[in-house]
Design a protein around this ligand. Structure first.
Ligand SMILES: [Zn+2]
Length: 130
């Protein structure tokens, strides 16, 4: 059985070859979970980019929004090597607000870290005997 499937945002068209309806179901389920992301979860833009970053021999799979630069990270199953979108918050609950899409906020963190470090240094200086 040959199946032609187009993603909801019409960006990707795939042709799947399956032996049975169960096989077709599995292939469509996997394809939809990974590739059928309709839009950015943060700003709803449909212009998305697939990105693979390699850091210290590890590959990181991400979908990036070209409008607001939010990213959806994909986890990798330990067995089988398949991917899944990470839609949970750091506390393990489901991200109902952005569906897993996050913006990198390095600037805020860096500023906070610098002010914390400055405070730490001032505390140390104050404790040094004259
Ligand atoms: Zn966006």
């Amino acid at each position: 059985m040959k199946i032609n499937y187009t993603t909801r945002n019409k960006n990707i068209n795939v042709e799947l070859q399956s032996e049975s309806v169960k096989d077709a179901f599995k292939q469509l389920a996997e394809f939809q979970e990974i590739f059928d992301e309709k839009c950015c979860g943060a700003c709803k833009n449909i212009d998305l980019q697939f990105v693979v970053r390699t850091v210290e021999n590890n590959d990181y799979y991400e979908l990036k929004c070209k409008a607001c630069f939010a990213k959806l990270a994909y986890g990798q199953h330990k067995v089988g090597g398949s991917l899944f979108p990470k839609r949970k918050n750091p506390d393990g609950s489901y991200d109902n607000i952005n569906q897993g899409w996050h913006k990198w906020q390095a600037k805020t963190n860096t500023t906070q870290n610098i002010s914390e470090k400055t405070q730490e240094i001032n505390t140390i200086k104050a404790n040094i005997p004259a």
